[in-house]
Design a protein around this ligand. Structure first.
Ligand SMILES: [Cu+2]
Length: 573
């Protein structure tokens, strides 16, 4: 019954969408012509190409240091990360160094090799104590093992059950060290059974659980969400960074460095990352991204989970008339828009990376991300009038957990550099005549009644931007911690992401400690005329029977237009 109503709702939604587009089409026709005449989007590739990345991978794998550890073992390269050099005295620098993360199945250990793209350094190797996330290659090998298992081969062949990526992605059973890759099984009808199993790549074993799933996961007869497309995803480190310029009448409106999710920074990456963002030639943000994303279920029926934001999922970015000027970056033809799973209710698509297009006097950057069974959309909207609207949307493919009420939390990190590095920050509230200066680091929550906002101003001038929460950004709870953190920028040369306060270093899926843990960074440092970083959290309750935010949202199909995010508006620019 559930599945039937889902399909029915999907059809209704599809129809509504078509009608809306048709109605909107007539109105926007003239305007988009005008916009087309005056707005120009240019994209220039930046940073290491995929060719350079591939050469580095090969060199590191063949290096003496790696071979002395891994020769004769069964291993796989699971992650490739760019090491960043964040020097505020100059524009963002091209990454020159990298880390390659190997998993050694023979000895069940994670090894991190570090080197430089130029190949002038000796590769160094060290042991790390975390489970890297599976890539497509590893997950597909686990599925092949399952396809050979006598309990599952028939069901998978005749499609009584369909394999999907579940949460958590890996399991290590208590008292063991063996890495197990988890596979979700979604039953087509009553002849099959929903289940989450674990597969050992080392031993070719399949592990089933009495309760039908490993710890923190769940498999019940009911499931919710759209059907999984099982299309390829981007592995961590896939190249793709570019300089974007949006011009009007020949002069630049917006300039920024755009980093696709697969190449973004942070322990768990951070979606579409923008750096050195300038509006009309003056700096607004040194960096904007979402380094922390997590989800908590009512009564902890599943999770909690810390999510990751590098694994790009396919969405619909029309190729006709589009240009692909840099790896993973597509500029759509005039009048075209991209559609994610949240817009069209389908997990299938034709593109992975960042789609860029113009809509209603905004330049839109959008991507779709996958983390286990979750599907996320991340969007940046840069308006011609200087307003920035970062947005985050939440969806899932068919599984049992998301039928339960759960609360998503997305945390943006905005490194504001309004004109200059050093800024002043004020709290703004309706009903108060004066701006309240914020002088030291703090965390606090929204006040919807007074529309509590933050104003960040150039230390030596009048220019400012105001960060204004939206009514749809949810109410914070204990797990969500806070809505705002005002921090002083940190830079430890050669330091880790945690030392540089890029993220809290927590990683999927370590039990209960998956919440945001940055309160300790609030330690009484001055933020008066300093380099200021603002974190902003938005919270979204995903539930079956409440439509708290969007009238077209359904708990069953888990779809809607974009959902949460603040507005960032220029003042006296
Ligand atoms: Cu959800």
């Amino acid at each position: 019954m559930k599945k039937f109503s889902q399909v029915f709702f999907g059809l209704c939604l599809g129809f509504i969408l078509i009608v809306n587009l048709a109605a909107a089409g007539e109105k926007t026709l003239k305007r988009s012509k005008r916009v087309q005449d005056s707005t120009q989007i240019t994209v220039v590739p930046w940073g290491p190409s995929q060719e350079t990345v591939n050469a580095a991978k090969l060199r590191v794998e063949r290096s003496k240091a790696v071979q002395s550890e891994l020769s004769g073992t069964r291993y796989r390269l699971l992650e490739f990360n760019y090491v960043e050099n964040d020097d505020k005295s100059q524009p963002a620098q091209v990454p020159t160094r990298f880390q390659a993360v190997f998993y050694d199945y023979t000895n069940d250990r994670t090894l991190v090799a570090e080197g430089d793209f130029a190949g002038s350094e000796t590769i160094s190797v060290s042991r790390a104590f975390y489970q890297p996330l599976p890539n497509d290659e590893e997950f597909n090998e686990a599925v092949q093992i399952l396809q050979r298992d006598k309990n599952f081969s028939g069901q998978l062949r005749n499609e009584t059950v369909k394999a999907f990526r579940p949460m958590p992605p890996t399991t290590v059973l208590d008292g063991t060290t063996e890495r197990l890759v988890n596979i979700g099984l979604n039953a087509r009808d009553n002849s099959g059974k929903n289940e989450v199993v674990s597969v050992s790549l080392k031993n070719g074993w399949v592990i089933r659980y009495d309760k039908g799933s490993p710890e923190t996961s769940l498999a019940a007869p009911t499931s919710c969400g759209v059907s999984s497309a099982n299309q390829p995803t981007s592995s961590r480190g896939t190249a793709g960074q570019a300089q974007l310029t949006v011009s009007q009448g020949g002069s630049p409106l917006w300039e920024m460095l755009v980093i696709r999710p697969s190449a973004s920074s942070g322990s768990s990456a951070s979606g579409i990352e923008v750096r050195d963002v300038k509006y009309k030639g003056k700096s607004v943000l040194k960096r904007g991204h979402v380094p922390i994303l997590n989800v908590e279920y009512a009564g902890n029926q599943c999770g909690p989970y810390r999510d990751w934001q590098y694994q790009e999922d396919m969405f619909d970015a029309p190729a006709t008339g589009a240009t692909d000027p840099a790896e993973g970056i597509r500029i759509l033809a005039s009048g075209q828009i991209a559609q994610t799973v949240l817009d069209n209710g389908t997990d299938t698509g034709n593109f992975r990376g960042v789609a860029i297009y113009t809509q209603n006097k905004e330049t839109v950057l959008v991507t779709e991300l996958q983390a286990g069974w979750y599907r996320y959309i991340m969007e940046w909207r840069f308006a011609d009038d200087g307003t920035i609207r970062p947005r985050y949307g939440f969806g899932a493919i068919n599984n049992s957990c998301v039928c339960f009420v759960h609360n998503h939390h997305a945390y943006w990190r905005f490194d504001f550099d309004i004109v200059n590095t050093n800024n002043k920050i004020f709290q703004v509230e309706r009903g108060r005549k004066f701006l309240q200066p914020i002088l030291t680091e703090r965390f606090q929550n929204k006040n919807i009644q007074t529309n509590r906002s933050l104003l960040i101003q150039n230390s030596t001038g009048d220019e400012a931007y105001m960060l204004v929460p939206n009514i749809t950004d949810g109410i914070v709870d204990t797990f969500g911690a806070h809505d705002f953190w005002v921090l002083r920028y940190k830079s430890v040369p050669g330091g880790s992401f945690v030392q540089n306060e890029i993220d809290d270093g927590r990683f999927c899926c370590g039990g209960n400690s998956q919440g945001i843990a940055i309160d300790s960074w609030v330690n009484n440092e001055s933020v008066a005329n300093q380099d200021i970083v603002v974190w902003y959290g938005a919270h979204f309750i995903h539930s079956d029977d409440t439509n708290l935010i969007s009238p077209d949202r359904s708990g069953e199909i888990l779809t809607s237009s974009y959902v949460v995010g603040p507005d960032i508006r220029p003042v006296r620019w």
